[in-house]
Design a protein around this ligand. Structure first.
Ligand SMILES: Nc1ncnc2c1ncn2[C@@H]1O[C@H](COP(=O)(O)OP(=O)(O)OP(=O)(O)O)[C@@H](O)[C@H]1O
Ligand SMILES: [Mg+2]
Length: 590
């Protein structure tokens, strides 16, 4: 799978695959499922029995004026009704517990899988869509377990039971039931095939709405400062309206068909029974009790059948959701073992040899990039925005496969390395610093309990972030995305993070936003502590960070156009010279 089609996920509902997704969970929870199923069978049996008891009272006890027999059966009737009530409750409780368990596991599994997917996938997927799939779609699957399966299986059982009891009482009646229902069911089969398309579209539009919402909420300060509330609102309204219209159309279809069905089953079948039975009751072949049994059954089956129909439709929706989740699970994992899974060793040097790279076919972002990084040396990447600096380090981390050339670590192609192991050697500090939900301590050691709070404290102090090194400060919760601490402080935290992990190679993409000179001096100092004795590759926007670098690579438009130490580069590269003049109008000694 290449970079382009990895972001596109769209497939057809595949029932067999859906079943394969669910079966393992059902098998694992077989006890809950089994007891729930048993309760379901018993409920169906109870519902079949009570009209028969009623019929006995009317046909036998009443004509014979046998009060004792009548009381006996009346008691039985109450008992059966109570029992079926209790079992219904038990079945709901058990199966919703089953649903909850399964869904929690499934969500965990989806997220776990997402963490193994290559980063290039996330470049192209709206966050909202993924959230909609992981959260909302999985909730839909839950209803499939908790009530749908219950009602569906319960209703099917009940239906079969009715046909059997009717068949025992009168074969003609049973046929009178079966034939129209079979015809109806087949026509609904076709209808379901048709409507599932709509369900899929509804889900997609839901995803679009969530994506817009997530993005606008994240960008709220910008929305407000530019007074774009009404435009944003209009865009959201448009997306919501398109979802609403589709839902309305789908609902119209669904409920129209359902209404027709209710009419057919309820009215037509009841009419049929009366027309067929009335003459036989008059001539004495059938009793009034039989009529009661039949009409009771019809009334009882109408509801289940309607529910069944609704269940089927909801099941279609669940299947759509399941397919959307399956698509996530089907995303190929990042292959840590491309080829030979060689254990990485970084004792000598990293080499980029004639590297060509494009995110999208043929739109070259890096063109023939070659350079070497000796172990223990510090390399700086400098150049205008969009020249490919961040891209270069992403490639070194193995986030994307390159199209031409080689990236060699001690002479071994990065493609042949075990990427997981390779990344463990790297301390990556990104332009856009990501803070995890949690406190300062957790953020520096990134949930790794093997790193002691003392070590975290030491590294915080070393990188000049003494403010956070106090115990109560380390326990301080950071808000989501670390919005409650400043840009400079975030940078210091990210230094502490790299420091505490003590990586063999530090890769740093300096934040572009400007920082006041006091903080800059602090960051400068803490960077020096962090990098002392380490191999480092630094993308520098502030030239103060690169003056001492062993080698500076000047990039422009995806190429390295010049390289050397600061003193050399300033002589041979006019673009660099220009940059230096801009940043140090009074010379570099200041
Ligand atoms: N995920 C991506 N998909 C497609 N194109 C991308 C992606 N990331 C970056 N690009 C493009 O690649 C080019 C180089 O981007 P890169 O982020 O490497 O620049 P940079 O040198 O780090 O710039 P800056 O100094 O602004 O951080 C840009 O034209 C950018 O639009
Ligand atoms: Mg960049």
């Amino acid at each position: 799978m290449n970079n382009e089609d990895i972001g596109k996920i769209k497939g057809k509902v595949n029932f067999r695959q859906n079943l394969k997704l669910l079966l393992p969970y059902l098998l694992r929870e077989w006890k809950l499922f089994g007891i729930g199923l048993l309760a379901m069978v018993l409920v169906s049996v109870a519902k079949l029995i009570d009209p028969l008891i009623l019929a006995h009272i009317i046909d036998v006890s009443v004509p014979q004026a046998d009060t004792a027999d009548m009381l006996h059966y009346a008691g039985l009737f109450v008992g059966v009704v109570l029992l079926s009530g209790f079992l219904t409750w038990a079945q709901i409780v058990l199966l919703s517990r089953l649903g909850l368990r399964i869904i929690t596991e499934l969500k965990g599994r989806v997220f776990k899988h997402l963490m193994k997917v290559p980063v290039s996938f996330f470049d192209q997927r709206p966050v909202g869509d993924l959230i909609a799939r992981v959260e909302n779609d999985s909730e839909r699957i839950r209803t499939l377990f908790s009530d749908l399966s219950v009602r569906l299986i319960g209703n099917i059982l009940f239906f079969i039971g009715i046909v059997i009891v009717l068949g025992l009482r009168s074969k003609a009646m049973a046929w009178g039931f079966m034939v129209p229902l079979t015809v109806l069911s087949i026509s609904f089969g076709f209808f379901f095939r048709y409507i599932v398309k709509f369900y899929r579209q509804v889900r997609e539009r839901y995803s679009q709405v969530t994506s817009l919402l997530t993005e606008y909420i994240q960008g709220m300060p910008i929305v407000q400062i530019f007074n774009k509330q009404s435009d944003v609102r209009a865009k959201l309204d448009k997306a919501s309206a398109s979802k609403r219209d589709l839902e309305t159309r789908t609902g119209f279809l669904e409920y129209g068909v359902q209404g027709f069905f209710i009419f057919v089953v309820n009215t037509a079948l009841l009419g049929l029974v009366i027309v067929m039975l009335a003459p036989k009751i008059i001539d004495g072949t059938y009793t009034i009790g039989s009529l009661i049994v039949f009409t009771q059954y019809i009334m009882r089956i109408t509801w289940p059948l309607i529910q069944l129909l609704e269940n089927f439709m909801q099941m279609q929706r669940s299947f759509v959701s399941m397919t959307r989740i399956q698509e996530l699970l089907d995303l190929p994992e990042e292959d840590y073992h491309t080829g030979e899974n060689v254990q990485p060793e970084f004792k000598q040097e990293i080499e980029f040899r004639h590297v060509w790279f494009a995110y999208e076919a043929e739109k070259w972002i890096l063109r023939d990039v070659s350079f070497k990084v000796q172990r223990g040396s510090q390399i700086a990447l400098v150049g205008p925005s969009g020249s490919g600096k961040t891209t270069t380090i992403s490639l070194l981390c193995g986030f994307y496969p390159i199209q031409k050339g080689e990236i060699l670590i001690d002479g071994i192609d990065i493609k042949r390395l075990n990427l997981k192991e390779w990344r463990q050697k790297i301390g990556l500090i990104l332009q856009d610093i990501f803070l995890f939900p949690g406190n300062v301590l957790e953020n520096v050691r990134i949930y790794n309990d093997q790193i002691s709070p003392e070590a975290v404290k030491r590294s915080l102090e070393a990188v000049q972030a003494k403010k956070f090194a106090e115990p109560e400060q380390m326990e301080k919760e950071l808000s989501e995305r670390g919005q409650n601490i400043s840009q400079g402080e975030r940078q210091l935290l990210s230094f502490a993070r790299a420091m505490v992990y003590d990586p063999e190679l530090v890769i740093m993409d300096e934040a572009t936003s400007s920082i006041d000179s006091v903080t800059e001096a602090r960051i400068q100092k803490s960077m020096e502590t962090l990098l002392a004795g380490k191999t480092a590759m630094i993308i520098a926007h502030r030239l103060s960070s690169v003056l001492k670098a062993d080698n500076i690579l000047y990039m422009e438009d995806g190429r390295i156009i010049a390289s050397g130490r600061h003193e050399q580069l300033i002589k041979i590269c006019p673009a660099y010279q220009h940059l230096v003049k801009l940043q140090f109008p009074g010379g570099t000694d200041e």
